[in-house]
Design a protein around this ligand. Structure first.
Ligand code: NAD
Ligand code: DAU
Length: 337
């Protein structure tokens, strides 16, 4: 039986990954370590908590002792590191915790992996480490790292550390760099769920700047299948870009959401731009497609419809996450924008 430590498995992508593994792989035991920050939520793991192949541990990846004891106790043979502070706007407001979790936390996991002879370390990185594109071209795995936000700088630092552990001590690793994900259980600080939530409550939809920024959207399940392929099939030391080949401007995405929900475009409000806002991301996924035979399972139109349906069917989940602290966050981020 494969035995993996998934970190950040109560967040958006991590919980989708844990659910996929438990449903599709009967021979995999998952230890799920998550600090349950504002972004971590046990309601994301409904149906997983009772599974005998899943053990949830509330803890910080910066707790070296605990991480090492989990590796020993459960004879872990691979770590998949999703744990991170993940929101660009928060990194602009308060960068410190991004360094702590994304850089120091990754370092602690790397040291533990080395000390305990973990056979593979998968670092879940992001296309944002490459910086921003102009109107043409795509990021390949050879594009130099040129991060622009405190968030992407912290993720790039972690990528460098992972490579350094491979180069210096022979740690067997892979790094995945994915484009923007969307789908079930995404916290409504990120654009798509924030816009769905606001549209459902007839609140203004805050579009940063001209709204012509471009992202390459990938349905979260397809990111998870790509990570699984990398974990189980890739040669160590390889980096893989993962993208959906779905470039859309933010205005296109928001108009689609409004149309699908039958809401008026008058809800759109252009607000002060994000400082240092990256204009365009686009991923060349040629390597993972040709080497690992990975393909996305849905088009953007299918994925966004599934996502909107999920938020409509899970109003309780949404109501819970937007109560309490979320209101303070929203006011501080958008109150004077
Ligand atoms: P998220 O913010 O939804 O979830 C992060 C999870 O990590 C949360 O459950 C949180 O509680 C946990 N966590 C945070 N700090 C921790 C700590 N110190 N110790 C243990 N757990 C901690 O993020 P997400 O969108 O699911 O992203 C997951 C990973 O994928 C991140 O590494 C992110 O950089 C990367 N990524 C995200 C996207 C995207 O579009 N969301 C795209 C590419 C890559
Ligand atoms: O590219 C991968 C990255 O995608 C991940 O590494 C990050 O963890 C993830 O948060 C995401 O970063 P972005 O900054 O691209 O995602 P976000 O959803 O915050 O914003 C998407 C676009 O929408 C971006 O151009 C900013 C814009 N936006 C966002 C919000 C929250 C708005 O116009 N209004 C908003 O209120």
């Amino acid at each position: 039986m494969r035995r993996i430590l998934v970190t950040g498995g109560a967040g958006f992508i991590g919980s989708n990954f844990v659910r996929m593994v438990l449903e599709e792989q009967t021979d995999c035991f998952v230890v799920n370590l998550d600090k349950l920050t504002y972004a971590g939520n046990l309601e994301n793991l409904t149906g997983c908590m009772e599974n005998k192949n899943h053990k949830f541990v509330k803890a910080d990846i910066c707790n070296a002792k605990l991480v090492e004891s989990l590796l020993d106790e459960h004879k872990i043979d691979a770590i998949v590191n999703f744990a991170a502070e993940s929101h660009v706007d928060r990194s602009i407001a308060e960068p410190d915790v991004f360094i702590k979790t994304n850089v120091t936390g990754t370092l602690i996991l790397l040291k533990a992996a080395l000390n305990k002879n973990v056979a593979r370390f998968i670092q879940i990185s992001t296309d944002e480490v490459y910086g921003a594109l102009g109107p043409e071209g795509k990021f390949t795995e050879d594009t130099p790292l040129s991060p622009n936000s405190p968030y992407s700088a912290s993720k790039a630092a972690a990528d460098h550390l992972v490579k350094a552990f491979g180069h210096t001590w022979g740690l067997k690793y892979n790094i995945t760099r994915c484009s923007n994900n969307y789908g079930p259980y995404q916290f409504p600080e990120k654009m798509i769920p924030l816009m769905i939530n606001n549209a459902l409550s007839e609140k203004e939809l805050p579009i940063y700047g001209d709204g012509l920024y471009v992202r390459d959207w990938l349905y979260v399940y397809d990111h998870c299948t790509a990570v699984w392929k990398v974990l189980t099939e890739a040669q160590p030391g390889e980096i893989f870009n993962i993208g959906g080949n779905n470039e859309k401007t933010n205005m296109e995405v928001v108009n689609l959401i409004l149309h699908r929900l039958g809401k008026s475009q008058s809800l759109i409000k252009h607000v002060t731009d994000r400082p240092g806002h990256d204009r365009r991301y686009a991923i060349d996924s040629g390597k993972i497609i040709s080497r690992l035979n990975w393909r996305p399972s849905v088009t953007f139109e299918q994925g966004i419809n599934k996502t909107i349906d999920w938020y409509l069917e899970n109003r309780d989940w949404l109501d819970h996450v937007v109560s309490g602290r979320y209101q303070n966050y929203y006011e501080s981020m958008y109150g004077n924008r």
